[in-house]
Write a protein that binds this ligand. Sequence first.
Ligand SMILES: [Zn+2]
Ligand SMILES: [Zn+2]
Length: 235
Amino acid sequence: MIEIIADLHIHTIASGHGADTIRTVCEFACKKNLKAIAITDHGPGFPGGAGITYFMSLQRLANNIIFPLKIITGIEDDIKNRKGDLTISDDILKGLEIVMTGCHPFTWIAKQSKRVRTDAVVNAITNGRIKVFTHPVGTYIDIELKPVLDAVISAGAALELNTSKIDKTDVIMDLLEKCGTNNIPIVVNSDAHTADEVGSFDEARRLLDETGFPEHLVVNRSKESIKSFFDIVWK
Ligand SMILES: [Zn+2]
Ligand SMILES: [Zn+2]
């Protein structure tokens, strides 16, 4: 089975609806022997999401909370217009190591038509603003997958295998097949909203096995692949 050494999509109390702190998340991640976690709270585009000052402080928090794992700074921000701009400005995003977006209820994108929504996601990927498009399938806020796959391929981005939305097995298997065929990297993430969910990868690993998914396309399989894909410093 493919090893997943890091959980790169985790929410904390800063998201407004996460249950635990960064410290508690670290404790649970260490118990599961993860080598790294990414703290990726929602931004202000999602009601209850964290504000600008939290993301400005996140690197300092990550530097000062000491556990035997790497704490990666990140965000799962929301798109605010058809051009694919995010709700947090670029100068603050630049200070974060992993920038992702996804489609969430009660946000700008949820209120758009499928056409506009797809354009917005494609533009966010094409303009290089995000590196991972989270939960691309399996949610009720759907998009056209084909243009998004094309954008991901040309931008060198990745799609997420989100283990909190893995129950629609046929949809997930279809996604894995498309990614495998088109050489699209995936990131396997828990999207944890409680510390207990961090690193819950068993079902995802089973599906990867079942589909014969190419191991080299799983970004969080090793420290080296995470470092090179996200261009982050990790000693
Ligand atoms: Zn999300
Ligand atoms: Zn999330």
